[in-house]
Design a protein around this ligand. Structure first.
Ligand SMILES: NC(=O)c1ccc[n+]([C@@H]2O[C@H](COP(=O)([O-])OP(=O)(O)OC[C@H]3O[C@@H](n4cnc5c(N)ncnc54)[C@H](OP(=O)(O)O)[C@@H]3O)[C@@H](O)[C@H]2O)c1
Length: 275
């Protein structure tokens, strides 16, 4: 679609408080925050498309959620698999969801002193945390625009790790920073066309990803609480959904400080109190 003339930017997203029969695609639903969000949305009446690589975990989840949900196993970094998934919506085999939530993510602590040995993991994180999110969003957006539905849109789960560089987060933090910037760009282009675009930035959530951290994580929360915070965020109409706010607000302020002050502070957060 050729770009049209600039349109007015709305002052927020559509508010979604009623999930009854709303079709939602969760990419990254097999574990952690995505699995908890699947339970939270299904309990509110949403009809889910559950995606991730682990087909058997998705099947177990769909069974646990009850009827009305389907699984669509795929590797988000595989363009051909994404094309095949979208073909199933285009053919009408599956109804197009009105809201897509990208949760797929990978994290491994990496340190610049590892040099080239860090490259395989760095490439993996950049691919799934950022490049695949772009690939997925740019396939989903035109389909949502062509199928108008109330309060439809795209939500991207980034991280507060994208607010600033952090120790041991050599690829993770830049990939999430890029995803936040990408969500901002999507919002500016798509919100005037009537689509919602959400950037979801969790603090520390207790999942297999954070189980690798060897420091005490401030304000660590269970995935179920993260899912409830996301549901509340969708009802708020805000572009950014961040939580827990007692932690994320402090990080936002700290990220605005001069580097001479902020860098020692962030190093302290991620290195304090070894367990
Ligand atoms: N936990 C935290 O503290 C925290 C904080 C901020 C942001 N986040 C972000 O929140 C999201 C969910 O993280 P989590 O902590 O819930 O981690 P998790 O438990 O490891 O869940 C990650 C999900 O992403 C899926 N996934 C990973 N690679 C994939 C790929 N190539 N293709 C398709 N699906 C893929 C995984 O399923 P399969 O393995 O089955 O593919 C799983 O369902 C991530 O984007 C993460 O960066 C987490």
């Amino acid at each position: 679609m050729p770009p049209g003339p600039p349109a007015a930017i709305p002052r927020g997203n559509p508010r979604i408080a009623d999930w009854t029969n709303r079709r939602v695609w969760l990419l990254g639903a097999s574990a952690g925050i995505g699995e908890a969000l699947a339970h939270a949305l299904a309990a509110r009446g949403a009809k889910l498309v559950l995606s991730a690589r682990n087909a058997s975990a998705l099947a177990d989840l769909a069974r646990a959620l009850g009827p009305g949900h389907c699984t669509l196993a795929l590797d988000a970094t595989d363009s051909a698999a994404l094309d095949a998934a979208f073909a199933r919506f285009d053919s009408g085999e599956l109804p197009l969801p009105s809201v897509g939530v990208y949760l797929a993510g990978d994290y491994q602590p990496l340190d610049a002193r590892q040099g080239e040995t860090a490259l395989p993991a760095a490439r993996r994180m950049l691919a799934v945390n950022y490049a695949a999110a772009v690939e997925w969003s740019l396939r989903l957006a035109p389909r949502l625009l062509a199928t108008p539905a109330p309060a439809s849109g795209i939500a991207l789960v980034a991280s507060v790790a994208g607010y600033t560089g952090l120790p041991q987060a050599l690829a993770y933090s830049p990939s999430k920073a890029a995803l936040i910037r990408f969500a901002e760009c999507l919002y500016l282009d798509l919100a005037p066309q009537g689509l919602g675009v959400w950037a979801i930035n969790p603090g520390f959530v207790a999942t297999r990803l954070t189980a690798q951290n060897d420091f005490e994580m401030p304000a660590l929360m269970p995935p179920e609480a993260a899912a409830e915070a996301i549901v509340r965020g969708f009802a708020s109409g805000r572009f950014e959904i961040h939580f827990p706010t007692r932690f994320t607000r402090l990080l936002k302020i700290a990220a605005m400080l001069p580097y001479a002050l902020s860098m020692p502070l962030f190093a302290h957060i991620a290195r304090k109190k070894p367990r």
